[in-house]
Design a protein around this ligand. Structure first.
Ligand SMILES: Nc1ncnc2c1ncn2[C@@H]1O[C@H](COP(=O)(O)OP(=O)(O)OP(=O)(O)O)[C@@H](O)[C@H]1O
Ligand SMILES: [Mg+2]
Length: 151
C-alpha cells in the first residue's frame, strides 16, 4: 500500500458533545490514514464513536451540541475541518460519501432508487440533462452488479 497515494489522514481527532449533563468526548484523540484503493474497517462496541468519527469526516456533526475540538482531517491536501459548509458540500456526496446506519433516513421508499440517484447526480453535475444523469445512474447500478429495470 505504501507506493499508493495517501488520500485520507485523521490526526489526533477529538469530537465532543456539550450536553446539559456534561461534556461527552465521543471521539478522543484518534489517528488513522487511508491510501488510494485501501479498505479500512473500524470495529468497536456500540457507542465507542464509529459513527461520530465518520460524521466528523463528512462535516455532519450536529452543532450544537457537537464540535470537532481538536485534530485535523486531511483529504489530499485539504484540511476538511477548516472548510466552509459551501466548500464541504462540493466534496460531500461527490468525492466522500457515507452510507448511513438507518436506511429509512437516507432513502425515501416512495421514490425509485433511480430517481433518488438522478436527483443526487443533478445536484453535483451542473448543466447535466436529466437524460444524461439517468444514463449515469444506470451505469453506476450496473457497475455494482444491480440489475436495472426501466419503467
Ligand atoms: N447528538 C449527540 N448528542 C450527544 N451525544 C452523542 C450524540 N451523538 C453521539 N453521541 C455520543 O457519542 C458517543 C459515540 O457514539 P457513536 O454513535 O459514534 O457510536 P457508534 O460506535 O457508532 O455505536 P453503534 O455501534 O451503536 O452505531 C456515544 O457516547 C453517544 O452517546
Ligand atoms: Mg454507529
Amino acid at each position: 500500500m505504501n507506493n499508493r497515494n495517501r488520500v485520507l489522514t485523521v490526526n489526533d481527532l477529538q469530537t465532543t458533545f456539550f450536553t446539559d449533563s456534561g461534556e461527552i468526548p465521543a471521539v478522543d484523540h484518534i489517528d488513522f490514514h487511508l491510501h488510494d484503493g485501501e479498505i479500512l474497517g473500524i470495529v468497536g462496541e456500540s457507542g465507542c464513536g464509529k459513527s461520530v468519527t465518520s460524521l466528523s469526516i463528512m462535516g455532519l456533526i450536529p452543532s450544537p451540541p457537537g464540535k470537532i475540538v481538536g485534530g485535523e482531517i486531511l483529504y489530499d491536501s485539504l484540511n476538511l475541518t477548516r472548510l466552509s459548509e459551501k466548500e464541504m458540500r462540493k466534496i460531500r456526496g461527490n468525492e466522500i460519501a457515507m452510507i448511513f446506519q438507518e436506511p429509512m433516513t437516507s432513502l425515501n421508499p416512495l421514490f425509485t432508487i433511480g430517481n433518488q440517484m438522478i436527483e443526487a447526480i443533478l445536484i453535483h453535475e451542473k448543466g447535466w440533462s436529466k437524460k444524461k444523469a439517468e444514463e449515469r445512474a444506470i451505469e453506476i447500478l450496473k457497475l455494482v452488479g444491480l440489475p436495472v429495470q426501466m419503467d
